[in-house]
Design a binder for this molecule. Sequence first.
Ligand code: CP
Length: 307
Amino acid sequence: MQHLIETQQCTRESIQKLFALATALEGKRDQSLKGKVLASLFYEPSTRTRLSFESAMYRLGGHVITMENGRESSSQSKGETLEDSIKVIGQYADMIVMRHMETGAADRAAALSPVPIINAGDGNLGQHPTQALLDLYTIQRELKRQDNIHVAFIGNLKYYRSTRSLSYLLGKYKKIRITFVSSPELRMDDDVKEYLTRKGVAWEEVESMHHVVKEADVLYQTRIAKEWIKNEVEYEKQKGRYIITRAVADSMKKGAIIIHPLPRIGEISPDVDDSPHAVYFRQVGYGLMVRMAILKTIARGVKSRGK
Ligand code: CP
């Protein structure tokens, strides 16, 4: 693995190796990335992705240079191109993790970067591959399997890069069923649905979550993203349409789980947090392990450049 841009580039074998490494790293710290530098470039807000990558790098003995709020604080605000920024930062760091507001930005960066690029989310129609990998790892840890799973993606499926990334990952597994639950305005895009059809995944689209919450193995709840739905009237119309309440959680089948990339803005009621189905805060901890494993895996291919 050099760059990590989209989940289509992962194979079942590479995912299994990554997950085995993540499990081996649980609760551990080592010095395997001593002397290595990670550049953490965030042109959009983030809590989990930025801090978990930075924490992961420190836990592996490496160093971090960080740029938060890059849209305002970096020289791109003066007109520097992303391409020029990456050519420069690639001389300061051994790896770059980047979140950017433009779909395709990670791919553009990877095309000319002298060091590996890890896509931490690109644009409203791009991908968030490390989130999808930690989502899949969460499913594997909690359900003890990856094949033969019924996943219900709920809410904002149009402007939600991690649901796109996870759908592409699920297409690699057997006997997967996906139910996309959304309003017509926020349906999953055709590229994902066409891919799933080609891969033989059974998928359906519904507007009501009433039946599927009782049947699915995984409820993947999403946030209605105000940053991408610019029209206030439309945002208000969509917000609050699909809420996982305690009554919904209590109606789920035994062993089924609720996951969410977070942040949540009311779409899971706080009284669900102590339900046996609620896994979304454990998911955060799994994410740290998976991101440690990603950094270690990518760093193996990085030659020391004497920086
Ligand atoms: N799940 C996720 O990407 O969260 P942040 O936006 O806080 O990084």
